[in-house]
Design a protein. Structure first.
Length: 221
């Protein structure tokens, strides 16, 4: 009932609204649909809103508004420390919620004007908004999972991501994915990057740890 009421108010303002019923679904939906903003109820089944907030914030800068019946200062600070952008205690006015959403979206749009929407490592370029990958200007066709793995690694070249971290961030929280599935995607990703013209950074295996994207050090004279 509460979610439907929120949807009515937000759609009146021209927003497209998607509703999920539990925290695990919220994580998966955010990863697949890449929303402009997430409104989270702290009290959700399976995975609570605070854990959802923590997981999403580790992966993206999507604005997050927390809704909760717990209104103590400690609760508010915990939510903000976990990465929430705003906090609204119940009971609240739907009009106030809509105003908070407007403010968060406006702030995000202003920030997007100066924030990069692409990743670049050597000859590799990843357009995050158009889901395109190029090596030395030539487009490389990747599957959705390959794109997500490459984007994760390219965000922090040289940083080692374990297979468990890749499963959690790429495939979805709590998904029953085998580590060899990650290996298969990485193998295909390597093959496609190697076939491209130019010099793409390599996806390196760190034995006993996981994978990392080779750091670009520039040409050596």
């Amino acid at each position: 009932m509460q979610a439907r009421l929120i949807r009515i108010y937000l759609e009146r303002e021209g927003n497209e609204v998607q509703i999920v019923s539990d925290g695990r679904s919220a994580i998966d939906r955010a990863r697949t649909s890449r929303p402009d903003l997430v409104v989270l109820d702290v009290m959700m089944p399976h995975v609570d809103g605070l854990d959802v907030c923590r997981i999403l914030r580790a992966e993206s800068r999507v604005p997050i508004l927390l809704l909760t019946a717990r209104s103590t200062e400690e609760d508010m600070l915990l939510g903000l420390d976990l990465g929430a952008d705003d906090y609204l205690a119940k009971p609240y006015s739907p009009r106030e919620l809509a105003a908070r959403v407007r403010a968060l979206l406006r702030r995000a749009r202003n920030s997007a004007r100066v924030d990069p929407v692409a990743l670049s490592v050597g000859d590799l370029e990843i357009d995050l908004s158009r889901y395109k990958v190029r090596v030395a200007g030539d487009e490389v066709a990747l599957t959705g999972k390959e794109f997500a793995i490459l984007s994760l690694l390219a965000a922090e070249p040289g940083h080692v991501f374990t297979r468990s971290q890749i499963i959690d961030r790429v495939f979805g929280f709590g998904q029953n994915v085998l580590e060899r599935t990650v290996d298969a995607h990485v193998m295909n990703l390597r093959r496609k990057l190697a076939a491209a013209r130019g010099k793409a950074p390599k996806v390196e295996t760190v034995y006993g740890r996981g994978f990392r994207l080779e750091e670009h050090t520039g040409d050596v004279s």
